[in-house]
Design a protein around this ligand. Sequence first.
Ligand SMILES: O=C(O)CCC(=O)C(=O)O
Ligand SMILES: [Fe+2]
Length: 286
Amino acid sequence: MTGETIPYIDLEKISEQFECNKLRNACEKWGCFRIINHSIPLTLMDEMKMVVVALHDLPMDIKKNNKDVIPGSGYFGPSVFNPLIESVGLYDMGSSQAIQDFCSQLNATPHQRQIMETYGILDADFEDWPCQYRINNYNFTSETIGSFGASAHIDSGFLTILQDDENVGGLEVMDNYGSFVSVAPFHGALLANLGDIARAWSNGRFCNVKHRVLCKEPTTRYSIATFMLGPRKGNVEAPKELVDHDHPLLYRPFTYEEYRTLRVSDNNDRDKFLQACEVLELLRLV
Ligand SMILES: O=C(O)CCC(=O)C(=O)O
Ligand SMILES: [Fe+2]
């Protein structure tokens, strides 16, 4: 253990050079940082949490109505490798039809729908990138302490914004030295994780952080992940400013869909999908 904790980025100061350098360093060294002083009201985060609890209180039969839109986007339940996690998902938050389908599959009330839409609007507009929501529920008991709620994995997209549980810890991220570091709960803060697309786009400069969730206490843990995946159209390709003699192009240009197909076909079930995988190696040039 190195004893280091993950960086904090203050969004109110992001126009200042110091904070900007901290952000860049966090992306390069950690691929992960806490976001404080963001513009999402605490009341909205708390209301969203209540919606999440209510949706997970639904009978499993109803949750199973939440079907995949793209592979792996819908409901998945406890499995052999990840027996403690259950999750519903929405792809993509920018489509009112997709929200409509999600809400009717889960019998969401107009109020719940409104909360989800308000929560989603804050990020669904980014460069017309599709955003995927995953609403996770970890069923932790005294018997499961020490086992994994989510096995170690790297997210596929560019950026994941996570509202992790404000009370229940267990999330761990891998540091520069290969040790897992706990992320302490922080009510009102968000967590940003960079995934494989960020690593490819940055020509290998940004870290695609490996992370996992460990059961530490016998209580239900909830989290809401917003995955900003990748461009809907066009290639993921490093900008020319990031490619030079000392930094040759590491990955061939590819579409997010191509990446996703590789990841899903290489990992033909959910358990494998959640594990760290080496799809980027298949796209590597040097
Ligand atoms: O539950 C968490 O805190 C992490 C969830 C996660 O890593 C994911 O959904 O990809
Ligand atoms: Fe993740």
